[in-house]
Write a protein that binds this ligand. Structure first.
Ligand code: ADP
Ligand code: ZN
Ligand code: ZN
Length: 737
């Protein structure tokens, strides 16, 4: 029998992961040791026994075997969250590829605290008292007046931000503190929300919601498959989640709630806090590394038992994880863009299996994959068909924009949308205008020769902004407006289509009296940009909100009664087999924004493809209809979820090197698979062929057996390792997305 070696880390910190120690696995322990196992190993000069975690096993090692020590024992009664997370990392690197150490770094919390970890914030001690103080204050104290006025509006602000805004020195703040008007707190961002909230009693479930809950409970008693809750927007999915969380907490276990970052608003977090109080904690990308670490620690200690957060919250080290919820499970943000390129949905299912926990996924527009899994019995599932409180789904109307063009209209808005907008403004209700993607079609072209202005570093067209400048949305490259075509000299060069800025402009032209807000990547760049725009709209300080994807997710605006979907079908042009799925999801979500309150809503969908099933089904809010059409297409093409797909993604600054390298990989695949059971396509340029001067190509492999692709990937990885020529190209694998 060959010797088996184990890499062991004796300390869970990121630095330690890079230098594990190798040990021999004694034969009698072979059966009991796997990645994630807790062991005791002799360490240091005296050979003192200490605790460690096995991170990988292998049949060969780089050291002289006679100098190596043996693992002393396997500790089986020491169940730790780290051990399970290490086992999960091992699964991730096996499934998605990439170095094990990267997977480990993804699942284990950073140990190091980074910098001074708490922010000093200022708030008024008592607003009533502050107002009184303000009245009695001599007008020459302009600095103090500004500070109080700012705090009355903003509530709480970090010290530097306050000084900047009020244009005062620290001494002004100090003197106000001395007078007892303000206090300076060392706060942690996340606790702030939690402290402010009032607990509210749980809502009474509707009959339909009650049914969904008992359905899930029945599943949990039996086979415990992942559960998909398909519920129209506003049907109360969140309520069902909370009911199931309560169940888990009762058993002394903990729950993770994944929500896409973009929907992770104050409103969302507050709903959980109002129900579960201080046992709720949350993560988002604005927290510092130190703050994140503190929360992970709190979770490990058991100080909190519900973690609400984006993709990374999946790795919260709870001692007894009982439930993982994935809201809006179809969201692309659940797929990591860096190695390991894991999908949070499948990784959650794996983690739940390791910990004997449950998974609930929810969506109004589930991914094709999850719906497919319900239909073939891998997942369980149920529906919520009604909106809460008899709120009806909005009436929808599809407008064929080609006809508008034919009738001579060059406006962004159809006649129907304009008259609906006018009526809505007269009723003093709110409007949302949704434009598919930031400046998506804002490209500049010559009408004489067809020349399109592209970014010199990326293979994408530049987008014209309102000030005329041309900007690349991938790398930020900018250039001034062009007055004539660099190719043919014609003067007929200009922006062709619309971006959010143009929509805002057109709205202002058509409705000069309306108050308009715009939300896209450009207006939300600041730290608070996002939430301040939403808040202003929520408080009725604007009549119309213009925006991209961002405005269709996760925010409830009860007084919005009209939604305009502008060019929603543009995403049908994506070079991706999921373009219809994405289009259907976007339009459905946008339409679902209308009429969330007591009043009935209306949605106008402007399109150049009125007959396309993605547009038709979204307009009718007909998920089943869409699924049927789409799955037929996927079946014919053998695309996921019917088939399995592995993308080999290559990128390099050297185009020739990349092309040659990818050709070699393709040839290697053909040798590996002489019977051509893996349908290989490529190499071909990726959807975007160049980004930031890096050329990008892809090879796609398809098979009905995922294991075959996992094996193929392993072989390709080995091949890349052996051949030094690949050092200069970056190869990544994307599995099943
Ligand atoms: P979804 O997540 O399915 O879009 P939500 O859970 O956000 O739906 O519910 C939509 C709205 O209806 C929320 O404001 C929620 O508080 C309310 N709601 C849903 N069910 C109930 C209920 N049983 N009792 C009271 N309010 C409810
Ligand atoms: Zn030209
Ligand atoms: Zn660029």
């Amino acid at each position: 029998m060959t010797t088996l070696y184990a890499d062991v880390i004796v300390d869970i910190s990121r630095e330690a992961l890079d230098r594990p120690f190798s040990y021999i696995v004694p034969e009698e322990l072979r059966e009991r040791i796997a990645p994630g196992s807790v062991v005791r190993v002799p360490f240091g000069k005296g050979g003192r026994l200490i605790r460690g975690f096995v991170i990988r096993l292998s049949g060969n090692c780089g050291y002289e075997p006679e100098k190596m020590k043996e693992i002393a024992e396997a500790v089986t009664d020491d169940e730790t969250s780290e051990g399970k997370l290490i086992a999960l990392a091992s699964w991730m690197s096996r499934t998605y590829g990439g170095a094990e150490v990267l997977a480990l770094k993804t699942v284990l919390p950073a140990k190091k605290k980074i910098g001074g970890h708490y922010v000093r914030r200022v708030s008024l001690t008592d607003t009533g008292r502050a107002r009184e103080y303000l009245r009695g204050l001599s007008p020459r104290y302009t600095g103090r007046i500004r500070v109080i006025e700012i705090l009355l509006k903003a509530g709480m602000l970090p010290v530097p931000e306050l000084l900047e805004k009020a244009q005062v020195s620290v001494s002004v703040v100090r003197s106000l503190e001395k007078d007892g008007i303000i206090c300076i707190l060392e706060t942690e961002e996340y606790r702030k929300v939690v402290h402010e909230a009032e607990m509210l009693p749980a809502d009474q479930l509707t009959e339909e919601q009650e049914k969904a809950v008992s359905y899930i409970k029945a599943e949990w008693k039996g086979s415990n498959r992942p559960f998909l809750l398909t519920g129209v927007t506003g049907s109360g999915k969140t309520l069902v989640y909370m009911e199931m969380i309560a169940e888990i907490l009762e058993e002394g276990r903990q729950a993770i709630v994944l929500i896409p970052e973009i929907a992770l608003t104050r409103q969302t977090v507050l709903r959980f806090v109002r129900r579960f109080g201080e046992s709720v904690s949350f993560l988002n990308s604005r927290l510092s590394a130190g703050e994140k670490y503190d929360q992970m620690k709190a979770a490990k200690r058991g100080d909190v038992s519900i973690m609400v957060g984006p993709r990374s919250a999946l790795f919260t080290p709870f001692p007894k994880l009982g439930l993982i919820i994935i809201d809006e499970e179809q969201e692309e943000t659940y797929h990591s863009e860096t190695a390991p390129r894991y999908h949070a949905r499948d990784t959650a299912i794996e983690r739940a299996a390791l910990e004997n926990a449950h998974v609930i996924m929810g969506s109004a527009t589930p991914s094709m994959r999850s719906s497919f899994c319900v239909r073939n019995g891998t997942y369980a599932g149920t529906f919520l068909k009604n909106r809460y409180g008899n709120a009806v789904l909005p009436e929808t109307q599809i407008v064929d924009m080609r006809k508008e063009m034919e009738s001579g209209s060059r406006s962004i808005f159809s006649g129907v949308l304009l008259s609906e907008m006018r009526a809505c403004l007269e009723r003093k209700e709110q409007i949302m205008l949704f434009l598919n993607r930031r400046g998506y079609a804002g490209y500049v072209a010559c009408r004489s020769c067809g020349f399109v202005v592209k970014c010199p570093h990326c293979d994408v067209s530049l987008t014209q902004h309102i000030n005329g400048r041309l900007i690349c949305h991938y790398c930020g490259f900018e250039m001034p407006e062009l007055k004539e075509c660099p190719e043919c000299g014609s003067k007929y060069i200009g922006g062709f289509s619309v971006g959010t800025e143009q929509v805002e402009e057109s709205v202002r032209r058509e409705f000069p009296e309306a108050r308009v807000l715009r939300m896209d990547m450009d207006t939300t760049r600041g730290k608070e940009g996002h939430s301040s725009i939403l808040k202003a709209f929520d408080e009725g300080r604007a009549d119309i909100l213009v925006g991209t994807q961002m405005i269709v997710k996760g925010h409830d605006f009860p007084s919005v009664t009209l939604v305009g979907v502008l060019m929603a079908d543009l995403s049908l042009n994506e070079s991706d087999y999921r373009s219809a799925e994405h289009t259907f999801q976007l339009i459905t979500q946008a339409v679902g924004r209308a009429g969330r309150g007591k009043k009935k809503g209306k949605a106008v969908i402007q399109t150049y493809h009125p007959e396309h099933y993605a547009v038709q089904c979204a307009s009718a809010q007909d998920y089943e209809g869409f699924y049927k059409e789409e799955i037929a297409f996927r079946t014919i093409m053998d695309y996921p979820p019917v088939g399995t797909l592995l993308a080999v993604l290559g990128s390099s600054t050297d185009e020739r090197l990349l092309t040659t390298g990818m050709m070699y990989i393709r040839k290697y695949i053909d040798r590996l698979d002489p019977k051509k059971t893996l349908y290989a396509i490529g190499p071909a340029p990726q959807a975007v062929g160049k980004i930031k001067d890096h050329f990008r190509e892809a090879i796609y492999l398809r098979s009905d057996d995922p294991e075959k692709l996992i094996r193929a990937r392993k072989f390709i990885e080995e091949y890349l390792k052996i051949n030094k020529g690949f050092a200069k190209i970056n190869i990544q694998f994307d599995f099943n997305v």
